[in-house]
Design a protein around this ligand. Sequence first.
Ligand code: A3P
Length: 340
Amino acid sequence: MEGENVEVLEYDKAYEKYMNIIPTLEKNKGWITEHLVKYQGIWLTPKGGLKGVIMSQQLFKSKPNDIFLATFPKSGTTWFKAIIFSIINRKLFSPNEHPLLNSSPHECVPFLELLYSNKENLNSTLEHLQSPRIFATHSPYPLFSQLLGSNLTTSPTVKIVYVARNPKDVLISTWEFTKKLRHEANLPLISLQEAYDMFCQGLIHFGSYWDHVLGYYKASLMYPKNVLFLSYETMKDDPSFWVRKLADFLDQGFTKEEEGEGLVKKILDLCSFESLSKVGANKSGIQRFTSHVMVPSSYFFRKGVVGDWRKYLTMEMAQHLDEITKCKFESSGLSCFRSS
Ligand code: A3P
């Protein structure tokens, strides 16, 4: 489509910037990859995260009705990709022919950073995205907002849905996820104690966790028409309410007829952990995000519950995490999430 394609020269110039920046960055131990690098105060994996952030910062052209799902990794991105995709595209697919019945939510909604770090598929993916385009991003708000040009007052119709999850389940979900990937990459496993220490120090891809949540929370207060802040736990507690709220926020509220047909429940059933985890593409498919980032789809479906951290963390660990959370969030007015 005219104006959307990224020219080869343009891509190569952006790539050169990425290559020049890498050697200048502070390095530390990583979770998924051996190292993380610090870029504009954020820890990123060098090939997926950093490359994607730098490439998208230079090449992404936002459209007025773009929708972004922003999350810290392991906060329910896969689930919300499915929900938002289903809300937006509900008139296009009949229940029996829905793309989520035979493809992964990650194929339906691309990650912005991974899309832009993959030169081969970039233009063909951009060309096939229906309007309104839906992207997912793990970038913290200060990095993400650079993609929009300036700030949201100049992009009044852009919609950002931010999903936060309680930090104790995020920590455990990340640890379990990275254990599998490290095993496959022949990297030594990280102990839970080490993962916990790194998490508390903010040393984690796209971290720190607390800065990530706070950045979008503050943006949701400043730009309530553009940014909806919700949590994994509140969606678990009252899914029908939040699906309606999401649809209204995205200017796609359910009609009386749709309510009468039970569409909210149908969407929730289609996107439930039980349904999605049984889909063949999610059980045995592989997400080839880039030539460096390939993840078996099943890794995105583990337990899907609130409070699994209780089986892993000692009382001291949990209390310390709660204290950090209280201390970081207190002055913002953000109350802590239900975590059990
Ligand atoms: P657990 O590891 O705690 O089970 P992300 O998609 O951001 O990577 O997050 C993955 C987490 O969301 C995992 O949490 C995963 O099991 C959970 N999840 C995936 N699909 C879900 C769904 N449909 N409903 C609820 N949770 C889901």
